[in-house]
Design a protein around this ligand. Structure first.
Ligand code: GLN
Length: 548
Protein backbone atom coordinates (compact mmCIF):
# COMPACT_ATOMS: atom_id res chain seq x y z
CA UNK A 1 0.00 0.00 0.00
CA UNK A 2 1.42 3.35 -1.03
CA UNK A 3 1.09 6.46 1.10
CA UNK A 4 -0.05 9.78 -0.33
CA UNK A 5 1.22 13.32 0.04
CA UNK A 6 -0.75 16.19 -1.46
CA UNK A 7 0.86 19.56 -2.12
CA UNK A 8 -1.56 22.49 -2.46
CA UNK A 9 -0.80 26.17 -3.00
CA UNK A 10 -2.30 29.29 -1.51
CA UNK A 11 -2.15 33.11 -1.72
CA UNK A 12 -0.61 33.30 -5.20
CA UNK A 13 0.70 31.20 -8.05
CA UNK A 14 4.40 30.87 -8.93
CA UNK A 15 5.49 30.04 -5.37
CA UNK A 16 7.36 26.98 -6.59
CA UNK A 17 5.06 24.12 -5.58
CA UNK A 18 6.81 21.92 -8.12
CA UNK A 19 10.21 22.57 -6.56
CA UNK A 20 8.91 22.00 -3.02
CA UNK A 21 7.21 18.76 -4.12
CA UNK A 22 10.37 17.63 -5.94
CA UNK A 23 12.58 18.57 -2.96
CA UNK A 24 10.42 16.63 -0.52
CA UNK A 25 10.43 13.68 -2.93
CA UNK A 26 14.22 13.88 -3.21
CA UNK A 27 14.63 13.74 0.58
CA UNK A 28 12.28 10.78 0.95
CA UNK A 29 14.10 9.03 -1.91
CA UNK A 30 17.43 9.80 -0.22
CA UNK A 31 16.10 8.05 2.87
CA UNK A 32 15.42 4.90 0.89
CA UNK A 33 11.76 5.24 -0.12
CA UNK A 34 10.46 4.65 -3.63
CA UNK A 35 8.78 7.92 -4.58
CA UNK A 36 7.03 9.37 -7.59
CA UNK A 37 5.37 12.75 -8.15
CA UNK A 38 2.34 13.57 -10.24
CA UNK A 39 0.74 16.84 -11.22
CA UNK A 40 -3.00 17.50 -11.48
CA UNK A 41 -3.78 20.63 -13.47
CA UNK A 42 -7.20 22.29 -13.39
CA UNK A 43 -7.28 23.64 -16.96
CA UNK A 44 -9.53 22.18 -19.65
CA UNK A 45 -6.92 21.39 -22.31
CA UNK A 46 -6.58 17.61 -22.39
CA UNK A 47 -2.83 18.12 -22.05
CA UNK A 48 -0.51 21.14 -22.37
CA UNK A 49 0.67 20.01 -25.83
CA UNK A 50 -1.57 22.50 -27.60
CA UNK A 51 -0.59 25.43 -25.38
CA UNK A 52 1.63 28.22 -26.62
CA UNK A 53 4.90 28.40 -24.61
CA UNK A 54 3.97 32.02 -23.77
CA UNK A 55 0.89 30.65 -21.98
CA UNK A 56 2.37 27.78 -20.08
CA UNK A 57 6.12 27.54 -20.63
CA UNK A 58 7.78 24.53 -22.17
CA UNK A 59 5.87 21.36 -22.95
CA UNK A 60 7.76 18.48 -21.33
CA UNK A 61 7.65 15.09 -23.07
CA UNK A 62 7.95 11.74 -21.32
CA UNK A 63 9.36 8.46 -22.66
CA UNK A 64 5.86 7.16 -23.32
CA UNK A 65 5.08 10.21 -25.43
CA UNK A 66 2.92 12.25 -23.07
CA UNK A 67 2.98 16.01 -23.58
CA UNK A 68 3.06 17.31 -20.04
CA UNK A 69 3.51 20.24 -17.69
CA UNK A 70 7.06 21.52 -17.23
CA UNK A 71 6.98 20.57 -13.54
CA UNK A 72 7.42 16.95 -14.62
CA UNK A 73 10.83 18.03 -15.87
CA UNK A 74 11.71 19.12 -12.34
CA UNK A 75 10.47 15.81 -10.97
CA UNK A 76 12.73 13.88 -13.33
CA UNK A 77 15.71 16.18 -12.86
CA UNK A 78 15.46 15.82 -9.07
CA UNK A 79 14.53 12.15 -8.77
CA UNK A 80 16.45 10.78 -11.74
CA UNK A 81 13.58 8.42 -12.58
CA UNK A 82 11.27 8.72 -15.58
CA UNK A 83 7.68 9.91 -15.34
CA UNK A 84 4.87 8.87 -17.67
CA UNK A 85 1.44 9.78 -19.01
CA UNK A 86 -0.07 8.85 -15.64
CA UNK A 87 1.99 11.56 -13.88
CA UNK A 88 0.12 14.48 -15.44
CA UNK A 89 -3.66 14.78 -15.47
CA UNK A 90 -5.81 17.77 -16.41
CA UNK A 91 -9.48 18.64 -15.96
CA UNK A 92 -9.81 18.12 -19.71
CA UNK A 93 -8.59 14.54 -19.48
CA UNK A 94 -10.86 13.80 -16.52
CA UNK A 95 -13.95 15.14 -18.30
CA UNK A 96 -12.97 13.39 -21.54
CA UNK A 97 -12.89 10.04 -19.71
CA UNK A 98 -16.18 10.65 -17.92
CA UNK A 99 -17.95 11.89 -21.05
CA UNK A 100 -16.67 8.93 -23.09
CA UNK A 101 -17.97 6.56 -20.40
CA UNK A 102 -21.32 8.35 -20.43
CA UNK A 103 -21.57 7.90 -24.22
CA UNK A 104 -20.67 4.24 -23.88
CA UNK A 105 -23.59 3.86 -21.50
CA UNK A 106 -21.62 3.15 -18.35
CA UNK A 107 -23.74 5.43 -16.19
CA UNK A 108 -26.95 4.47 -17.98
CA UNK A 109 -29.98 6.00 -16.26
CA UNK A 110 -27.90 8.15 -13.91
CA UNK A 111 -27.36 11.91 -13.93
CA UNK A 112 -23.62 12.42 -14.42
CA UNK A 113 -22.37 15.04 -11.94
CA UNK A 114 -19.20 16.73 -10.70
CA UNK A 115 -19.66 14.92 -7.39
CA UNK A 116 -19.38 11.91 -7.47
CA UNK A 117 -18.51 11.16 -11.11
CA UNK A 118 -15.81 13.76 -11.80
CA UNK A 119 -14.37 13.50 -8.29
CA UNK A 120 -14.36 9.67 -8.51
CA UNK A 121 -12.40 9.85 -11.76
CA UNK A 122 -9.94 12.32 -10.16
CA UNK A 123 -9.55 9.98 -7.17
CA UNK A 124 -9.05 6.95 -9.43
CA UNK A 125 -6.26 8.75 -11.25
CA UNK A 126 -4.73 10.09 -8.03
CA UNK A 127 -4.41 6.51 -6.73
CA UNK A 128 -3.32 4.92 -10.03
CA UNK A 129 0.46 5.08 -9.54
CA UNK A 130 0.08 4.15 -5.87
CA UNK A 131 -1.87 1.04 -6.86
CA UNK A 132 0.83 -0.04 -9.30
CA UNK A 133 2.86 -1.47 -6.42
CA UNK A 134 5.96 0.32 -7.65
CA UNK A 135 6.02 3.14 -5.09
CA UNK A 136 6.02 3.61 -1.33
CA UNK A 137 4.96 7.22 -1.59
CA UNK A 138 3.07 9.16 -4.26
CA UNK A 139 3.27 12.94 -4.09
CA UNK A 140 0.48 14.79 -5.90
CA UNK A 141 0.94 18.44 -6.72
CA UNK A 142 -2.31 20.31 -7.31
CA UNK A 143 -1.91 22.99 -9.95
CA UNK A 144 -3.51 26.40 -9.38
CA UNK A 145 -4.25 28.18 -6.13
CA UNK A 146 -6.74 27.20 -3.44
CA UNK A 147 -9.93 29.20 -3.95
CA UNK A 148 -9.85 28.99 -7.77
CA UNK A 149 -13.21 27.86 -9.15
CA UNK A 150 -11.62 25.21 -11.35
CA UNK A 151 -9.57 23.59 -8.60
CA UNK A 152 -12.63 22.86 -6.42
CA UNK A 153 -13.24 19.27 -7.67
CA UNK A 154 -9.56 18.44 -7.09
CA UNK A 155 -9.61 19.77 -3.52
CA UNK A 156 -12.85 17.82 -2.94
CA UNK A 157 -11.11 14.65 -4.21
CA UNK A 158 -8.25 15.27 -1.77
CA UNK A 159 -10.80 15.78 1.03
CA UNK A 160 -12.41 12.44 0.26
CA UNK A 161 -9.07 10.62 0.03
CA UNK A 162 -7.95 12.18 3.34
CA UNK A 163 -11.20 10.93 4.88
CA UNK A 164 -11.04 7.46 3.33
CA UNK A 165 -7.42 6.60 4.06
CA UNK A 166 -6.03 5.70 7.49
CA UNK A 167 -4.61 8.87 9.08
CA UNK A 168 -1.05 7.62 8.74
CA UNK A 169 -1.36 7.16 4.98
CA UNK A 170 -2.03 10.73 3.93
CA UNK A 171 -0.38 14.11 4.42
CA UNK A 172 -1.41 17.49 3.05
CA UNK A 173 1.33 20.08 2.64
CA UNK A 174 0.16 23.63 1.94
CA UNK A 175 2.57 26.11 0.35
CA UNK A 176 1.87 29.78 1.00
CA UNK A 177 3.53 33.18 0.89
CA UNK A 178 4.60 35.29 3.87
CA UNK A 179 5.00 38.73 2.30
CA UNK A 180 7.33 41.35 3.76
CA UNK A 181 5.89 44.84 4.06
CA UNK A 182 8.75 47.23 3.65
CA UNK A 183 6.93 50.24 5.13
CA UNK A 184 6.00 48.27 8.27
CA UNK A 185 9.32 46.33 8.25
CA UNK A 186 7.24 43.27 9.00
CA UNK A 187 6.48 39.81 7.66
CA UNK A 188 2.74 39.31 7.35
CA UNK A 189 0.93 36.07 8.18
CA UNK A 190 -2.63 37.13 7.35
CA UNK A 191 -2.66 35.94 3.70
CA UNK A 192 -1.50 32.52 4.93
CA UNK A 193 -4.20 32.43 7.60
CA UNK A 194 -6.80 33.25 4.96
CA UNK A 195 -5.61 30.65 2.50
CA UNK A 196 -5.57 27.93 5.17
CA UNK A 197 -9.07 28.98 6.20
CA UNK A 198 -10.19 28.76 2.56
CA UNK A 199 -8.72 25.28 2.26
CA UNK A 200 -10.39 24.26 5.54
CA UNK A 201 -13.73 25.59 4.29
CA UNK A 202 -13.32 23.23 1.36
CA UNK A 203 -12.85 20.44 3.90
CA UNK A 204 -9.10 19.87 3.69
CA UNK A 205 -6.98 20.49 6.72
CA UNK A 206 -3.27 20.87 5.95
CA UNK A 207 -0.78 19.00 8.16
CA UNK A 208 2.26 21.03 7.16
CA UNK A 209 2.52 24.72 6.14
CA UNK A 210 5.49 25.60 3.95
CA UNK A 211 6.05 29.36 3.90
CA UNK A 212 7.79 31.04 0.97
CA UNK A 213 9.55 34.10 2.30
CA UNK A 214 12.29 36.55 1.46
CA UNK A 215 13.27 36.89 5.14
CA UNK A 216 13.85 34.40 7.94
CA UNK A 217 10.84 33.48 10.07
CA UNK A 218 11.61 33.68 13.79
CA UNK A 219 10.12 31.19 16.23
CA UNK A 220 7.42 33.62 17.42
CA UNK A 221 6.20 34.04 13.87
CA UNK A 222 6.25 30.29 13.30
CA UNK A 223 4.25 29.83 16.52
CA UNK A 224 1.73 32.42 15.39
CA UNK A 225 1.29 30.70 12.01
CA UNK A 226 1.02 27.34 13.79
CA UNK A 227 -1.64 28.61 16.20
CA UNK A 228 -3.83 30.23 13.56
CA UNK A 229 -3.40 27.45 11.01
CA UNK A 230 -3.97 24.71 13.57
CA UNK A 231 -0.69 22.80 13.13
CA UNK A 232 2.22 22.19 15.50
CA UNK A 233 5.05 24.80 15.34
CA UNK A 234 7.46 22.18 13.94
CA UNK A 235 5.04 21.73 11.03
CA UNK A 236 5.61 25.33 9.93
CA UNK A 237 8.47 25.18 7.47
CA UNK A 238 10.39 28.18 6.22
CA UNK A 239 11.15 28.16 2.51
CA UNK A 240 13.46 31.09 2.10
CA UNK A 241 14.54 32.20 -1.39
CA UNK A 242 17.51 30.13 -2.58
CA UNK A 243 20.25 30.92 -5.10
CA UNK A 244 19.51 27.75 -7.00
CA UNK A 245 16.46 25.47 -7.07
CA UNK A 246 18.88 22.61 -6.38
CA UNK A 247 19.63 24.03 -2.92
CA UNK A 248 16.00 23.67 -1.88
CA UNK A 249 16.19 19.97 -0.85
CA UNK A 250 19.01 20.78 1.58
CA UNK A 251 17.12 23.78 2.94
CA UNK A 252 14.06 21.58 3.45
CA UNK A 253 16.26 19.01 5.18
CA UNK A 254 17.53 21.70 7.58
CA UNK A 255 13.96 22.75 8.26
CA UNK A 256 12.90 19.15 8.88
CA UNK A 257 10.17 18.97 6.22
CA UNK A 258 10.91 15.33 5.46
CA UNK A 259 10.98 14.30 9.13
CA UNK A 260 7.64 15.91 9.94
CA UNK A 261 6.11 14.14 6.92
CA UNK A 262 7.72 10.79 7.80
CA UNK A 263 6.40 11.06 11.36
CA UNK A 264 2.88 11.80 10.17
CA UNK A 265 3.10 8.80 7.84
CA UNK A 266 4.29 6.64 10.76
CA UNK A 267 7.55 5.72 9.05
CA UNK A 268 9.77 4.82 11.97
CA UNK A 269 13.41 3.88 11.68
CA UNK A 270 13.96 5.68 8.38
CA UNK A 271 17.61 5.87 7.39
CA UNK A 272 19.79 8.97 7.25
CA UNK A 273 19.51 10.70 3.88
CA UNK A 274 22.05 9.63 1.28
CA UNK A 275 22.73 12.86 -0.60
CA UNK A 276 26.42 12.50 -1.51
CA UNK A 277 25.94 12.86 -5.26
CA UNK A 278 23.59 15.78 -4.77
CA UNK A 279 26.02 17.59 -2.47
CA UNK A 280 28.87 16.87 -4.83
CA UNK A 281 26.86 18.47 -7.64
CA UNK A 282 26.09 21.53 -5.48
CA UNK A 283 29.76 21.91 -4.52
CA UNK A 284 30.79 21.87 -8.16
CA UNK A 285 27.98 24.23 -9.09
CA UNK A 286 29.15 26.66 -6.44
CA UNK A 287 32.84 26.59 -7.35
CA UNK A 288 33.24 27.15 -11.09
CA UNK A 289 36.79 27.45 -12.40
CA UNK A 290 35.94 28.88 -15.81
CA UNK A 291 33.14 30.68 -17.52
CA UNK A 292 31.61 30.32 -20.98
CA UNK A 293 28.99 32.39 -22.70
CA UNK A 294 26.46 30.55 -24.82
CA UNK A 295 23.98 32.23 -27.14
CA UNK A 296 20.49 30.72 -26.95
CA UNK A 297 18.86 31.60 -30.23
CA UNK A 298 15.11 31.26 -30.07
CA UNK A 299 11.88 33.12 -30.51
CA UNK A 300 10.40 32.70 -27.04
CA UNK A 301 13.45 34.14 -25.28
CA UNK A 302 11.41 36.74 -23.31
CA UNK A 303 9.95 33.90 -21.28
CA UNK A 304 12.48 31.83 -19.34
CA UNK A 305 10.05 28.95 -18.82
CA UNK A 306 9.79 28.37 -22.58
CA UNK A 307 13.26 26.78 -22.61
CA UNK A 308 13.25 25.45 -19.05
CA UNK A 309 14.80 22.03 -19.71
CA UNK A 310 17.52 23.50 -21.93
CA UNK A 311 18.48 26.02 -19.24
CA UNK A 312 18.53 23.32 -16.56
CA UNK A 313 20.57 20.97 -18.76
CA UNK A 314 23.17 23.75 -18.97
CA UNK A 315 23.20 24.02 -15.18
CA UNK A 316 23.92 20.26 -14.94
CA UNK A 317 26.55 20.35 -17.69
CA UNK A 318 28.17 23.48 -16.25
CA UNK A 319 28.52 21.90 -12.81
CA UNK A 320 30.22 18.75 -14.10
CA UNK A 321 32.61 20.91 -16.14
CA UNK A 322 33.09 23.22 -13.13
CA UNK A 323 32.31 25.99 -15.51
CA UNK A 324 29.79 28.78 -15.14
CA UNK A 325 27.54 28.79 -18.19
CA UNK A 326 26.19 32.21 -18.88
CA UNK A 327 23.26 32.11 -21.27
CA UNK A 328 22.69 35.10 -23.52
CA UNK A 329 19.18 35.12 -24.94
CA UNK A 330 19.15 36.15 -28.57
CA UNK A 331 15.86 36.78 -30.29
CA UNK A 332 16.04 35.09 -33.69
CA UNK A 333 13.57 37.60 -35.17
CA UNK A 334 16.15 40.34 -34.61
CA UNK A 335 18.99 38.55 -36.43
CA UNK A 336 19.89 39.19 -40.05
CA UNK A 337 22.93 38.96 -42.31
CA UNK A 338 23.88 42.58 -41.55
CA UNK A 339 23.84 42.50 -37.76
CA UNK A 340 24.81 38.87 -37.16
CA UNK A 341 28.45 39.53 -36.41
CA UNK A 342 27.55 42.30 -33.99
CA UNK A 343 24.96 40.22 -32.19
CA UNK A 344 26.94 36.99 -31.96
CA UNK A 345 30.52 38.07 -31.46
CA UNK A 346 32.13 37.10 -28.18
CA UNK A 347 29.97 34.02 -27.72
CA UNK A 348 31.70 30.69 -27.05
CA UNK A 349 28.91 28.52 -28.40
CA UNK A 350 25.56 28.81 -30.16
CA UNK A 351 22.44 26.79 -29.46
CA UNK A 352 19.60 27.08 -31.94
CA UNK A 353 16.42 26.25 -30.09
CA UNK A 354 13.39 24.12 -30.97
CA UNK A 355 10.24 25.78 -32.24
CA UNK A 356 7.25 25.79 -34.55
CA UNK A 357 6.15 28.03 -37.41
CA UNK A 358 8.00 30.52 -39.56
CA UNK A 359 8.50 33.44 -37.14
CA UNK A 360 12.22 33.98 -36.59
CA UNK A 361 13.51 31.10 -38.75
CA UNK A 362 15.61 33.24 -41.10
CA UNK A 363 17.53 34.57 -38.08
CA UNK A 364 18.14 31.00 -36.92
CA UNK A 365 19.50 30.08 -40.35
CA UNK A 366 21.85 33.10 -40.22
CA UNK A 367 23.08 31.98 -36.80
CA UNK A 368 23.85 28.46 -38.12
CA UNK A 369 25.79 29.96 -41.02
CA UNK A 370 27.79 32.12 -38.63
CA UNK A 371 28.64 29.15 -36.41
CA UNK A 372 29.54 26.94 -39.39
CA UNK A 373 31.77 29.50 -41.09
CA UNK A 374 33.46 30.79 -37.95
CA UNK A 375 33.87 27.32 -36.43
CA UNK A 376 32.04 28.26 -33.25
CA UNK A 377 30.68 25.27 -31.26
CA UNK A 378 27.13 24.70 -32.50
CA UNK A 379 24.26 22.69 -31.09
CA UNK A 380 20.90 22.55 -32.89
CA UNK A 381 17.89 20.98 -31.23
CA UNK A 382 14.91 19.75 -33.27
CA UNK A 383 13.96 22.86 -35.30
CA UNK A 384 17.57 23.96 -34.67
CA UNK A 385 18.80 20.82 -36.44
CA UNK A 386 16.34 21.38 -39.28
CA UNK A 387 17.66 24.95 -39.68
CA UNK A 388 21.20 23.56 -39.95
CA UNK A 389 20.05 21.25 -42.76
CA UNK A 390 18.41 24.17 -44.57
CA UNK A 391 21.47 26.39 -44.13
CA UNK A 392 23.72 23.69 -45.58
CA UNK A 393 21.31 23.21 -48.49
CA UNK A 394 21.27 26.92 -49.28
CA UNK A 395 24.89 27.91 -48.70
CA UNK A 396 26.90 24.75 -49.36
CA UNK A 397 24.77 22.93 -51.91
CA UNK A 398 23.68 26.20 -53.51
CA UNK A 399 19.91 25.62 -53.36
CA UNK A 400 18.85 29.15 -52.54
CA UNK A 401 15.22 28.29 -51.78
CA UNK A 402 15.97 25.17 -49.68
CA UNK A 403 13.44 25.10 -46.87
CA UNK A 404 11.13 23.07 -44.70
CA UNK A 405 7.63 22.59 -46.06
CA UNK A 406 6.44 23.70 -42.62
CA UNK A 407 7.45 27.26 -43.55
CA UNK A 408 7.44 27.13 -47.35
CA UNK A 409 5.17 24.44 -48.82
CA UNK A 410 6.10 25.41 -52.40
CA UNK A 411 9.91 25.32 -52.15
CA UNK A 412 11.65 23.49 -55.01
CA UNK A 413 14.06 21.97 -52.45
CA UNK A 414 11.98 20.62 -49.55
CA UNK A 415 15.01 19.40 -47.59
CA UNK A 416 12.87 19.11 -44.46
CA UNK A 417 9.56 17.45 -45.21
CA UNK A 418 6.51 16.17 -43.41
CA UNK A 419 6.86 12.56 -42.26
CA UNK A 420 4.66 10.15 -44.20
CA UNK A 421 2.64 9.12 -41.17
CA UNK A 422 1.99 12.82 -40.42
CA UNK A 423 0.45 13.56 -43.80
CA UNK A 424 -2.99 12.29 -42.87
CA UNK A 425 -2.98 13.70 -39.35
CA UNK A 426 -5.70 16.33 -38.82
CA UNK A 427 -6.01 16.63 -35.02
CA UNK A 428 -3.49 18.69 -33.13
CA UNK A 429 -3.23 17.23 -29.61
CA UNK A 430 -0.89 14.25 -29.05
CA UNK A 431 -0.40 13.57 -32.77
CA UNK A 432 3.27 14.49 -33.35
CA UNK A 433 6.12 11.99 -33.36
CA UNK A 434 6.26 11.85 -29.59
CA UNK A 435 8.29 10.12 -26.93
CA UNK A 436 11.29 7.80 -26.94
CA UNK A 437 12.72 6.35 -30.16
CA UNK A 438 15.87 4.33 -30.73
CA UNK A 439 18.77 5.75 -32.66
CA UNK A 440 21.84 3.95 -33.95
CA UNK A 441 25.09 5.86 -33.88
CA UNK A 442 27.95 5.57 -36.34
CA UNK A 443 31.15 4.70 -34.46
CA UNK A 444 33.26 7.09 -36.45
CA UNK A 445 31.52 10.26 -35.31
CA UNK A 446 31.36 13.08 -32.81
CA UNK A 447 28.05 11.63 -31.60
CA UNK A 448 29.83 8.37 -30.69
CA UNK A 449 32.58 10.25 -28.87
CA UNK A 450 29.85 12.03 -26.94
CA UNK A 451 27.60 9.08 -26.11
CA UNK A 452 30.26 6.33 -25.99
CA UNK A 453 27.45 4.09 -27.13
CA UNK A 454 26.14 2.77 -30.44
CA UNK A 455 22.55 2.51 -29.32
CA UNK A 456 20.70 5.35 -27.69
CA UNK A 457 17.10 6.29 -27.03
CA UNK A 458 15.94 9.90 -26.99
CA UNK A 459 12.64 11.76 -26.79
CA UNK A 460 10.97 13.43 -29.75
CA UNK A 461 8.33 16.04 -30.43
CA UNK A 462 8.04 17.04 -34.08
CA UNK A 463 6.22 16.38 -37.36
CA UNK A 464 8.90 17.20 -39.93
CA UNK A 465 12.11 15.33 -40.70
CA UNK A 466 15.21 15.31 -42.90
CA UNK A 467 14.08 14.52 -46.45
CA UNK A 468 16.00 11.37 -47.50
CA UNK A 469 15.52 12.28 -51.16
CA UNK A 470 18.47 14.66 -50.67
CA UNK A 471 20.58 12.36 -48.47
CA UNK A 472 23.27 11.52 -51.02
CA UNK A 473 23.67 15.18 -52.08
CA UNK A 474 24.26 16.15 -48.48
CA UNK A 475 26.61 13.29 -47.69
CA UNK A 476 28.64 13.92 -50.84
CA UNK A 477 28.97 17.58 -49.86
CA UNK A 478 30.33 16.70 -46.41
CA UNK A 479 27.37 16.48 -44.07
CA UNK A 480 27.64 13.54 -41.70
CA UNK A 481 24.44 11.75 -40.74
CA UNK A 482 25.77 10.03 -37.65
CA UNK A 483 22.54 8.89 -35.99
CA UNK A 484 19.75 7.01 -37.74
CA UNK A 485 16.47 5.53 -36.56
CA UNK A 486 16.79 2.19 -38.34
CA UNK A 487 13.11 1.21 -38.06
CA UNK A 488 12.01 4.19 -40.19
CA UNK A 489 15.30 5.21 -41.82
CA UNK A 490 15.06 8.68 -40.25
CA UNK A 491 18.11 10.93 -39.87
CA UNK A 492 18.31 11.84 -36.17
CA UNK A 493 21.80 13.39 -35.87
CA UNK A 494 23.82 15.54 -38.26
CA UNK A 495 27.41 16.75 -37.98
CA UNK A 496 29.95 18.59 -40.09
CA UNK A 497 33.42 17.62 -41.19
CA UNK A 498 36.17 20.16 -40.48
CA UNK A 499 34.40 21.78 -37.59
CA UNK A 500 35.48 21.43 -33.95
CA UNK A 501 31.94 20.89 -32.65
CA UNK A 502 28.85 21.02 -34.82
CA UNK A 503 25.91 18.80 -33.98
CA UNK A 504 22.20 18.92 -34.75
CA UNK A 505 19.71 16.48 -33.27
CA UNK A 506 16.13 15.87 -34.33
CA UNK A 507 15.22 14.89 -30.75
CA UNK A 508 15.19 16.74 -27.43
CA UNK A 509 18.22 15.71 -25.35
CA UNK A 510 17.44 18.41 -22.77
CA UNK A 511 14.48 16.34 -21.56
CA UNK A 512 16.74 13.60 -20.24
CA UNK A 513 19.34 15.66 -18.41
CA UNK A 514 19.20 15.24 -14.63
CA UNK A 515 21.36 16.35 -11.71
CA UNK A 516 22.80 12.86 -11.38
CA UNK A 517 22.93 12.18 -15.12
CA UNK A 518 23.82 15.35 -17.01
CA UNK A 519 23.18 14.89 -20.71
CA UNK A 520 26.40 14.02 -22.58
CA UNK A 521 25.71 16.38 -25.52
CA UNK A 522 25.31 19.34 -23.15
CA UNK A 523 28.38 18.24 -21.18
CA UNK A 524 30.49 18.02 -24.34
CA UNK A 525 29.06 21.20 -25.84
CA UNK A 526 30.08 23.15 -22.71
CA UNK A 527 33.50 21.49 -22.89
CA UNK A 528 33.85 22.52 -26.53
CA UNK A 529 32.79 26.07 -25.64
CA UNK A 530 35.40 26.09 -22.88
CA UNK A 531 38.08 25.02 -25.34
CA UNK A 532 36.87 27.60 -27.85
CA UNK A 533 37.00 30.33 -25.18
CA UNK A 534 40.50 29.28 -24.14
CA UNK A 535 41.69 29.24 -27.75
CA UNK A 536 40.23 32.65 -28.55
CA UNK A 537 41.93 34.10 -25.47
CA UNK A 538 45.27 32.69 -26.74
CA UNK A 539 44.67 34.35 -30.07
CA UNK A 540 44.01 37.63 -28.26
CA UNK A 541 47.19 37.44 -26.17
CA UNK A 542 49.30 36.38 -29.18
CA UNK A 543 47.88 39.39 -30.98
CA UNK A 544 48.81 41.65 -28.08
CA UNK A 545 52.37 40.33 -28.00
CA UNK A 546 52.69 40.88 -31.69
CA UNK A 547 51.68 44.50 -31.39
CA UNK A 548 54.23 44.93 -28.61
N1 GLN B 1 8.45 22.49 -36.09
C1 GLN B 1 9.35 21.39 -36.25
C2 GLN B 1 8.60 20.10 -36.50
O1 GLN B 1 7.47 19.95 -36.13
C3 GLN B 1 10.31 21.25 -35.09
C4 GLN B 1 9.64 20.96 -33.78
C5 GLN B 1 10.50 21.21 -32.57
O2 GLN B 1 11.49 21.95 -32.63
N2 GLN B 1 10.15 20.60 -31.46
O3 GLN B 1 9.16 19.19 -37.04
Amino acid sequence: MAKYIFVTGGVTSSLGKGIIAASLAKLLQARGLKVTIQKFDPYINVDPGTLNPYEHGECYVTDDGAETDLDLGHYERFLNIPTSQANNVTTGRIYQTVINKEREGEYLGKTVQVVPHITDEIKRRMMLLGNSGKFDVVITELGGTVGDIESLPFVEAVRQIQWELPEEDCVVVHLTLIPYLKSAKELKTKPTQHSVRLLSEEGVHPNVIVCRTEHKLNSDLKKKIALFCNVKPEAVIEAIDANSIYEVPLKMLEEGLDVIVLKKLHYNGYSAPELNKWEDFLNKLGSPKNKVTIGLIGKYVELQDAYKSILEAFVHAGAINQCKVQIVNIHSEHLNSKNIEDKLKGLDGLLVAPGFGSRGVEGKIEAVKYARENKIPFFGICLGMQMAVIEFGRNVLGWSDAHSTEMDPTTTHPVIALMDEQKKVKNKGGTMRLGAYDCEIDEDSLAYQIYQNKEISERHRHRWEFNNKYLSDYVNAGLITSGINKAKGLVEIIELKDHPFFIGVQYHPELKSTVENPHPIFVNFVKAAKEYAAASQTVQSVGKNQTV
